[in-house]
Every structure is written in structure tokens, then in C-alpha cells.
Ligand binder design. Structure first.
Ligand code: HEM
Ligand SMILES: *[C@@H]1O[C@H](CO)[C@@H](O)[C@H](O)[C@H]1NC(C)=O
Ligand SMILES: *[C@@H]1O[C@H](CO)[C@@H](O)[C@H](O)[C@H]1NC(C)=O
Ligand SMILES: *[C@@H]1O[C@H](CO)[C@@H](O)[C@H](O)[C@H]1NC(C)=O
Ligand SMILES: *[C@@H]1O[C@H](CO)[C@@H](O)[C@H](O)[C@H]1NC(C)=O
Ligand SMILES: *[C@@H]1O[C@H](CO)[C@@H](O)[C@H](O)[C@H]1NC(C)=O
Length: 549
């Protein structure tokens, strides 16, 4: 954890805060395997709200003090906050109160209560916490972000525009585009690996960087109809910055909960807004400024919003043209929805391009899982061989026939327990009958959901087959239990799921068709965090003998 550059000097007065810095690795972090068994593990009524009518009063939880709230309860468990939440839930129950610094927080630990927060009463929990870092990343206003904003008409509008492009139907032309883009970029990526590996021998390879660039190009091709050379320093810088942000956003910082620490984090906040400015500059220079739809949108805006008189046809300002891609659709939406501003649209595009960091990190982690489990890699190869006849690389359209490969991605997300973005109650409401005040931050213990023996057989075992439905006489297919929520669920569910399982699938299968992947001694898989540091461990690659493809 980056403990804010400025914190060190002469800080006697805030000794308490400094020790807190160490253990507030909170939110999106820590901990795989090992899961406590306690009184709550007997609650097996998945999906059925337990009888709660009689409960009223205040939620139980560790004692809270001024300034630090109940953060002291994390003491000694800084690096594994979600495991700690699980422990505390054995003491205080599946829903407990745990103020973090000055922020009222409730930790929700089992499926019935998580379901209430995300689905049945989701409309009352649609906010996000007002962390300073979130604001710093989005020009001072996290409402510019899709994942970190509060719920509003703007979010509804943005999600609608995104859905068509980010969740295309399997038979649509956009899905066909995803398929061909994934395959084209896979070729480029495998060529870049071929340049640093040698037939017949093992090589230590920094896989993450090319993987991030392949993923970035898949997104840029799909959303902006453009792509870049892996050797292009500006492109390398863009991919690096997105990865730095992804890493940062997956950390917890004391200042998130104790805004009075802000002066000590000024340098860090400047760095965040510097990154965001650099991304904007790249996108403007390399993508947006070349668009005729951009020129039209700018002209339209300068004509005066109050005077939007157009030609007397009803085609709007684009002469009835269909948008050519997501970028175009976003720019054209400015004319259809006057309340949308250029900045909204540009941030939305950047947000979605940034999704590539999640995909790259996920594939890197999946390769890491597979590196020490050669039987999983072999099962993926066998599945690929069956579907392609060993004559070609796997492509997106093969996915329905390769459930084990897709399941390997899901099993990685389960074992890693990638966290769910915190929610905030937008009105006074209840969870399991307990009173929750407006403004309370709700932390969802996805780790407990993913690793508890209440929900999984042998939860510590990496077994993709738990997500594959085998039935005699029927083609095996993916089966996800309803309590498996790596992408959240409900009104703020992840919009990128199809891109994740689509591009992730093609990258994973493609690498394993060409290479044996092995671990290096440096390999260290994080706990309850989907992000690896931007500079991370290498993997060992060995080209497969006799590969015909
Ligand atoms: C392995 C990759 C990914 C995982 C595990 C993941 C997971 C999540 C989770 C847990 C949430 C929060 C859901 C909630 O609050 O209930 C979320 C939100 C979101 N994700 Fe993803 N995501 C991934 C990749 C992506 C990609 C590639 C994109 C974009 C193309 C994306 C776009 C979004 C957006 C826009 C939101 C915010 C939705 C909202 O707050 O209304 N995600 N994601
Ligand atoms: C949210 O945080 C910002 C600092 O990042 C602060 O300026 C603003 O007042 C906060 N808003 C609310 C509603 O607390
Ligand atoms: C963000 O959006 C919410 C919902 O529309 C609004 O209540 C809040 O004031 C906005 N925050 C800022 C800083 O504009
Ligand atoms: C970001 O920081 C770098 C290094 O400190 C600096 O060279 C660059 O000018 C800054 N860029 C912006 C847009 O602030
Ligand atoms: C919400 O509940 C708090 C006490 O928990 C109370 O002070 C406040 O007035 C309530 N707000 C609304 C809008 O009912
Ligand atoms: C949703 O919240 C309301 C209070 O805001 C509560 O009365 C109701 O029982 C909750 N519904 C469910 C299904 O949990």
C-alpha cells in the first residue's frame, strides 16, 4: 500500500492516524482460502430472508470511538480485511455495524442480506461513497464516473448507451465484430510472445505488459475502431496509467474514511488527477479529435443549447447516419439528450476503455492459477482440441462449446474474490429488519460469499468444474449459482461482463494452445483483489512441441 508520500515528516501529532494507515487496507483487498466456521455457517436458507420482523434497534458491531470509528477492530488483520469481516460476522451476526473513521458503515456478509442490498431493496442502496480519491480521478467530481457516481438520470442514460455496445447479443453484428477483433488481436499478441520465446526451451517472460496491451487494443478496436503498436511509447504510457489507476482503485486508504488526513495525501491526489489528465489528452489526440461526429457535436454545442433549431427533417443532426462504433454513438447521443455534456461522454468512453485493465489483470491471474495446476491447462487444451480439431486458434464463437475454459475464468474470480464496489444507502431503510440510515456505506463481503463452506464444497480447491453442468446425453454448459456475484447484481451491476468473458476467454485459450505456462519463484497471488501491481512477477513460457497452430 502506498502510504501517501507526504505522511512521514513530523507527524507525531497524528501517530494514531499513521498506525491506522497500516491497517486500513480496507475495502477491496486481501485474503484467499481459509474460512472460518462459526455459528452463522448453519444458516443455509439461501435466498430466503430470515424471519426478522421482531428486530428493531441498533445493529451490533465492534465498539466505535471518535475519529477512528471501529477501525481498531482491524488491528492485526490489516492485510486481510475481508477475512476479518468474516470473523467479526461470527461474533456479531451476518449484518453488523462498523463505522470506519467518520463514515458510518455496515458490513453485509451472507447471501440473504446481500440480496436485499443489491436486488430486493436495491433502489435504496444505489449510491457510492464520496471518497476523495474517486473525485480526484474524475476532475473533482466522481459523478463523472460510471462506477463511482451516485445514481441519477445521468447514470441511467449512460448505462443505456453502453448496454448496446458492451452487452451485444450473440447473434448481433456487434458480437461478430467482437469475435473478429478478439482473433485479430490474439494473433498480434501471440506474435509478440513468439518474439521472446524459443521453441524447445523455457523462457521467463514478463507476460503482463503485452497482455495489458492486447486487452487495451481489443477495447480500442471495438469501441474506437483504432489500435496501436505495442512498441508505441504513448500507447505504452496510456496502458501503464490505466493499470496504475486500476491498482490504486483496488486499494483502501485511510483518507477514504478520514477526510481530515487529506493534506497528507495532497501529492497522491495530484498524481491521480495527473493520470486522468494524461488519459484525456491521449484520447483527444489519438481518437476523438479525428471524428467528424466530434466536430459536429462541438459545432452543435456552440450554436447554443437554447436554440437547437435544425433542418426541418426529423433525422437529427447526423443526417440519419448510424453510429459506426461506441465513440460515435456517445458523441451522437449529445444531440439526442441535451442534458448530456461533452465531458460526460468523454469520461464514459475513458471509463470503458479502462475496463481493459480488469480483463488484462484477470487473465494474468488466471494464468497464474493455471501455472501451478497443469491439469487445468491440459483440460483447457483438450477442450480446445476437440472444438478446433487442432487446426486453428480458439475464437469467441467457440465459447458455448468450451464451458470448462470459461469456467476457469469464473473459478479464478471466485478464488480471488474480486470485491464489489461499496454501495451507499440513499434513504433511511432496513437490512434484515435492522435500521440503516441514509448515507451509510454498505460493504459487501464477497469473500465470505465466495469461500464459505455454506455455499461451496471444498471451497479452498481450485476446480473449474464446479461451474460446469455435466448431464448425461446433454452438452455440458456453464452453471453459475445465484450466490456467485463476481460482477455484483441489480441496478449497479457490472456492464462489462460480456467483454470480460469474451476477450478473457480468447486470450486464455490462445495462450494455452501455444504455451505451457509455469510459475516463477516470485509469483504471489493477491487475496481478495483482482489487481496485480503494474510491475509484477514474470511467468515461464515454453512453446508446446508439435503445435500445428
Ligand atoms: C474481471 C473483470 C471485471 C470484474 C470482476 C468486474 C466487477 C464489477 C463489480 C463487482 C462491479 C460493482 C457492482 C455493484 O456495485 O453491485 C462493477 C461495476 C462496473 N463495471 Fe465491472 N468488472 C469487470 C470488468 C469490467 C469491464 C471490462 C468494464 C467495461 C467495459 C466494466 C464496467 C463496469 C461499470 C461501468 C461498472 C459500474 C456500474 C454502476 O455502478 O452502475 N467492468 N464491475
Ligand atoms: C465529497 O468529497 C469532496 C472532496 O473530495 C468534498 O469536497 C465534498 O464536499 C464531499 N461531498 C459531500 C456531499 O460530502
Ligand atoms: C452527484 O449526483 C447526485 C445525484 O444526482 C447529487 O445528489 C450530487 O449532488 C452530485 N454530486 C456532485 C458533487 O455534483
Ligand atoms: C504529470 O506528471 C508528470 C511527471 O511529474 C509531468 O511531467 C506531467 O507534465 C504531468 N502532466 C500533467 C498533465 O499534469
Ligand atoms: C433518518 O433516520 C435518522 C435517524 O436514524 C433521522 O435522524 C432522520 O431524520 C431520518 N431521515 C429521514 C429523511 O427520515
Ligand atoms: C426494503 O426496505 C423497507 C424499508 O425501506 C422495508 O420495510 C422492507 O421490508 C425491505 N424489503 C425487503 C424485501 O427487504
Amino acid at each position: 500500500m502506498d502510504t501517501a508520500n507526504g505522511v512521514v515528516a513530523g507527524a507525531d501529532a497524528i501517530t494514531v492516524a499513521l498506525s491506522l494507515l497500516l491497517f486500513v487496507v480496507l475495502l477491496m483487498l486481501a485474503a484467499t482460502s481459509a474460512c472460518g466456521r462459526g455459528p452463522w455457517t448453519v444458516r443455509r436458507q439461501l435466498g430466503t430472508a430470515t424471519a426478522v420482523a421482531a428486530r428493531t434497534a441498533v445493529l451490533d458491531g465492534p465498539a466505535a470511538y471518535p475519529v477512528i470509528g471501529a477501525l481498531h477492530a482491524m488491528d492485526g488483520h490489516q492485510d486481510k480485511p475481508f477475512r476479518r469481516f468474516t470473523e467479526l460476522s461470527h461474533q456479531y451476526g451476518p449484518v453488523f455495524s462498523m463505522p470506519m473513521g467518520s463514515m458510518p458503515c455496515v458490513i453485509v456478509n451472507d447471501y440473504p442480506s446481500i440480496k436485499e442490498v443489491l436486488i430486493t431493496n436495491g433502489s435504496k442502496f444505489g449510491g457510492r461513497p464520496n471518497f476523495t480519491r474517486y473525485n480526484a480521478l474524475f476532475a473533482g467530481d466522481r459523478n463523472n464516473s460510471l462506477a463511482l457516481c451516485d445514481w441519477s438520470w445521468l447514470q441511467e442514460t449512460r448505462r443505456k448507451i453502453a448496454r448496446m455496445y458492451c452487452s451485444p447479443k450473440v447473434c448481433s453484428s456487434n458480437y461478430g465484430l467482437l469475435d473478429s477483433i478478439a482473433s485479430d488481436e490474439l494473433d498480434v499478441f501471440l506474435e509478440s510472445l513468439a518474439a521472446v520465446t524459443v521453441r524447445g526451451s523455457e523462457r521467463e517472460v514478463q507476460v503482463k505488459q503485452p497482455l495489458m496491451m492486447a486487452s487495451a487494443n481489443m477495447f480500442l478496436r471495438f469501441m474506437c475502431t483504432t489500435q496501436f503498436e505495442y512498441g508505441d511509447p504513448k500507447f505504452q504510457n496510456l496502458v501503464r496509467i490505466f493499470d496504475e489507476i486500476f491498482w490504486d482503485i483496488n486499494q483502501g486508504y485511510a483518507v477514504d474514511f478520514m477526510p481530515w488526513l487529506r493534506p497528507f495525501y495532497a501529492g497522491h491526489m495530484r498524481k491521480l488527477s495527473n493520470w486522468s489528465t494524461q488519459i484525456r489528452k491521449f484520447m483527444m489526440d489519438a481518437v476523438i479529435s479525428k471524428r467528424s461526429s466530434y466536430a459536429r457535436a462541438v459545432a452543435e454545442a456552440s450554436n447554443g443549447a437554447g436554440d437547437r433549431i435544425r433542418d426541418d427533417d426529423d433525422h437529427g443532426a447526423n443526417d440519419g447516419q448510424e453510429p459506426t462504433d461506441f465513440t460515435d454513438a456517445l458523441l451522437m447521443s449529445l444531440q439526442k439528450e441535451p442534458r448530456l455534456k461533452m465531458d460526460h461522454v468523454l469520461f464514459e468512453l475513458e471509463d470503458f476503455i479502462g475496463g481493459h485493465s480488469a480483463v488484462g489483470n484477470m487473465v494474468m491471474l488466471t494464468l497464474s492459477m493455471v501455472a501451478t495446476r497443469p491439469h487445468v491447462a491440459q483440460a483447457i487444451r483438450d477442450e480446445a482440441e476437440q472444438v478446433t480439431g487442432g487446426q486453428r486458434l480458439v475464437r469467441l464463437y467457440d465459447k458455448p462449446d468450451m464451458p470448462y475454459t470459461e469456467a476457469t475464468l469464473f473459478e479464478t474470480l471466485r478464488i480471488i474474490s474480486s470485491p464489489i464496489v461499496p454501495h451507499v444507502a440513499t434513504e433511511n431503510t432496513t437490512i434484515q429488519g435492522f435500521k440503516i440510515s441514509k448515507g451509510t456505506c454498505i460493504i459487501i463481503n464477497n469473500y465470505e460469499l465466495n469461500t464459505s463452506p455454506v455455499y461451496w464444497n471444498d471451497p479452498e480447491v481450485f476446480d473449474p468444474n464446479r461451474f460446469v453442468h455435466h448431464k448425461p446425453g446433454v452438452k455440458p454448459c456453464i452453471r453459475k449459482p445465484e450466490y456467485f456475484l463476481p460482477f455484483g447484481t441489480g441496478k449497479r451491476t457490472c456492464i462489462g461482463q460480456q467483454l470480460v468473458s469474451g476477450f478473457g476467454f480468447v486470450l486464455l485459450a490462445g495462450i494455452l494452445q501455444r504455451y505451457e505456462v509455469m510459475a516463477t519463484a516470485q509469483m504471489a497471488i493477491p487475496e481478495a483483489r483482482l489487481a496485480l501491481p503494474p510491475d509484477t512477477y514474470p511467468l515461464i513460457l515454453r512453446p508446446l512441441d508439435g503445435s500445428r497452430i
